[in-house]
Ligand binder design. Structure first.
Ligand code: 13P
Length: 264
């Protein structure tokens, strides 16, 4: 997976593509990525659950040099067993390197911080990296309101993880990555300003006393806005981007990779 120094891009394909289309797009991205000297380990793809294994095996079989990571878009809070339709984190091991948790599109379907925390604990126990989404819903919130809300979401998730015996030190030691995704920016065509994302990153690093906590930004990122998110420094710095719409075309995704310096 990617080293700490280079930005990480995660392509969240959501439920936009059928599995065959996902395999085709993964192949296009890998081929274009090789041409553009995409830096190994700098890109992770999050296909649908049905496409995940096919995408992972294609990338490992034919494009291994690029070290493209695979993330699931969710997992179960159950360990395993009699839970029809659930996909335990431990069953994703081998196919996925990471799991996106708590996306606002899942929270909007009723997922609570406590449930997301249980899922996070399962990922940590399974040794699979959690990508935890946090985000506020009010574009007019003040900076302090916004930061307080995101910190509150973080605490709720930690409380959920604690019910399964996973404490904050264990969560932080798991390589957890936070994706700050303001709900009002997602799919709107209007990204937040890098200053907003930097303020939230500072608040989260202060809350966790972890200056090395990895934090991504997501919400309407494209080739024009991408680089701006990597310019804040110090405690407000961002380590990469979680990309929705612009990751559905190989050319647009590689444009972002070029903008942030992981492709030519
Ligand atoms: P968009 O880039 O389409 O706004 O989606 C962002 C997102 O939700 C990624 O998880």
């Amino acid at each position: 997976m990617n080293d700490a120094a280079q930005p990480l891009l995660i392509a969240n394909w959501k439920a936009n593509l059928a599995p065959g289309e996902e395999v085709a797009l993964a192949a296009q991205i890998a081929t274009l990525g090789a041409t553009r000297r995409l830096s190994p380990g700098s890109l992770m793809i999050a296909p649908s659950m049905v496409g995940l294994v096919a995408v992972a095996s294609l990338l490992r079989r034919e494009h291994d040099a690029l070290k493209l990571g695979i993330a699931a878009q969710d997992c179960s809070s159950d360990l395993a067993g009699a839970a029809t339709g659930e996909i335990p984190a431990s069953h994703l091991l081998g196919a996925a390197d990471a799991v996106i948790l708590g996306h606002s599109e899942r929270r909007a379907r009723g997922e609570s911080g406590s449930l997301i925390g249980a899922k996070l604990a399962r990922c940590v126990a399974a040794g699979i990296r959690p990508i935890l989404c946090l985000g506020d819903a009010d574009p007019k919130a003040t900076e302090s309101e916004r930061c307080a809300l995101v910190v509150r979401q973080w605490r709720e998730v930690l409380a959920g993880a604690a019910t399964l015996g996973c404490d904050v030190a264990t969560v932080l030691g798991s390589g957890v990555t936070i994706a700050y995704e303001p709900v009002w920016a997602i799919g709107s065509g209007q990204a937040a300003s890098p200053d907003v994302a930097a303020a939230v990153a500072r608040a989260l690093r202060s809350e966790t006393s972890s200056s090395s906590l990895r934090i991504l930004y997501g919400g309407s990122v494209d080739g024009k806005s991408a680089a701006g998110f990597l310019s804040p420094t110090g405690e407000g710095s961002l380590n990469g981007l979680l990309i929705g719409g612009a990751s559905l075309q190989a050319e647009r995704l590689l444009e972002i990779a070029t903008a942030v310096g992981v492709a030519s």
